[in-house]
Design a protein around this ligand. Structure first.
Ligand code: IMP
Ligand code: MG
Length: 176
């Protein structure tokens, strides 16, 4: 275990096992279709890579980088730092995210892709922190719901570090 980690919350084996189940579910639901998986940079990269291994349908991938911030209105705002290269009009989209926290990012990206004419938009997330939700959002495929704790690893960072850990862990207090 990494010296900065206090506790492993979800092991590499658990992540793999659960992602395999999600991949099977998605493959069954999208049988005969060819969805575009849109992963949100940078945190969703390891989860996307894991999930892709278990998809038996034809699919494409693309990436978006967005940062959410609280505007003066109640609706969260999102700044697009990197946009898709694929035109989404008429496509079945599966948004791939590392964690849904307040729900601001996902809500805004979902709405944006629908505005651009996506045929359907569904969400797959490795983690969910439901206690922190501000915007209601339907997570169609969820890995694990967790308590309101700050986690790192498997794509999730603290100040851009720890994304490379193969498990989801909790940082030691002295690391903050
Ligand atoms: P929200 O749902 O718009 O609040 O934003 C979710 C984003 O916040 C995720 O994509 C992460 O980048 C970040 N985030 C939320 N909770 C955590 C955490 O526990 N560890 C690391 N990043 C987090
Ligand atoms: Mg993120």
């Amino acid at each position: 275990m990494h010296a900065a980690i206090k506790e492993v919350l979800i092991s590499e084996a658990e992540i793999q096992q659960r992602t395999k189940q999600l991949g099977a579910e998605i493959s069954a639901d999208y049988a005969g279709k060819s969805p575009l998986l849109v992963a949100l940079l940078k945190g969703a990269i390891p989860f996307l890579a894991e999930l892709l291994k278990y998809l038996t349908i034809d699919c494409e991938i693309d990436f978006m980088d967005v940062s959410s911030y609280e505007g003066t209105e109640s609706v969260g705002k999102v700044r697009i730092d990197k946009d898709l290269t694929t035109a989404v009009k008429g496509l079945d989209i599966i948004l791939v995210e590392d964690i849904i926290d307040t729900g601001r990012t996902m809500t805004t990206v979902c709405e944006l892709l629908k505005e651009r004419g996506a045929k359907s938009v569904k969400v797959v997330s490795l983690l969910d922190k439901p206690s922190r939700r501000v915007m209601p959002i339907k997570i169609d495929y969820l890995g694990f719901a967790i308590e309101n704790k700050f986690v790192v690893g498997f794509g999730l960072d603290y100040n851009q570090k720890y994304r490379n850990l193969p498990y989801i862990g909790i940082l030691k207090e002295e690391m903050y």
